[in-house]
Design a protein around this ligand. Sequence first.
Ligand SMILES: Cc1ncc(COP(=O)(O)O)c(C=O)c1O
Length: 393
Amino acid sequence: MLNRLEAQSPDALLALIKLFNADPRPDKIDLGVGVYRTADGATPVFAAIKDAEARLVAEQASKSYLGPEGDMGFVNGLVPHIFGDATPAAGRMDGMQTPGGTGAVRLALALAKAAGATRVLMGTPSWPNHAQILADLDLELVGFSHAASDGSADMAALRSALANAGEGDAVLLHGCCHNPTGVDYTHAEWDEIAQLLSDSPVLPVIDLAYQGLGDGMEEDAYGVRAVTKACSEVLVAYSCDKNFGLYRDRVGAFYAITGDAEATKRAMSNAASLARANWSMPPDHGGAAVRLILEDAAMSAKWQDELASMRARIAEVRAALAAASNAGGVNLEPLGRQKGMFGMLPVSKEQVQRLRDEHGVYMAGSGRINVAGLTLGNIEQFIAALAAVTAEG
Ligand SMILES: Cc1ncc(COP(=O)(O)O)c(C=O)c1O
């Protein structure tokens, strides 16, 4: 039977990492893989995580099973950070731990499907795995343009997608730091989105994978809070893999907000059953480390400081790109207004290839760059390379 299987294309970014590692040029630049990097090009373990892990090793008394919901101290500890003053009344919301934000997105969409959703509206381009998960769940993707040509969010496209949607539809929105465009909704736009959704039967699913990497933990939660205040039903997928630097430990959480306590119980019993059939239980270690940080004021302050310095570095690189204003045929100014690690350059596949071959600059074939791959030391080299491949159009 296995002989019948057709080969699937490998993950393009993982293939890019291999090519980058094999490149002997000392001044090569990696703008491909979506992890944060310091000015030295490292992706270090947060000092707060090191402290929490030390405590975990010293104090953890058992590694016995926790159940499909994982570490509820972790799940509940995140609630004030994510929902703040929008935290729904007791009973209207519950959550569970998931293997990364990916597990949370998968669970949210599978639950939407179990509840009767057949179509999911989504701004494009998006994180490629969104479409892959939708296809795997046999949910129809109804795409609309996410970013307008002036570099702001395409609100007209979103308005029209919602106007043409109804019962049986969900909408998947990025909470902040849109991947891949970096184009986020403004607070006024979120207010409008929340209003549109409150008047509509469309189920909001919010993917919040980069809280704290845009404008701040509170600021980046504006959208999720606006929608949670306005709507009786919301699903939220959360990742701690970026804002706690825990990528490989797979730390995520899923929250369901419903109309009342009975509906929440039923939703969570469905979520637990879907989780059990998928991964049974989430890995514990990373979530337990995050819980210890959230429970301890000194460790929390240390984590917030580390997150703030990541945010400041990303903002510094974005400002330097915007200050250069353009590189050959590419306008760099919008990068200064965008949020988070990612942005899209209007470059062709051939230009992406030439950047790699002739200049050692690695980026996704779509033109997505991870701005955290740049430093004040290599930004000029990057801009010169971009100018060289785009100048002649
Ligand atoms: C928009 C978005 N959602 C979810 C995820 C999943 O993150 P993870 O599964 O690594 O926690 C990512 C990761 O790149 C992402 O960009």
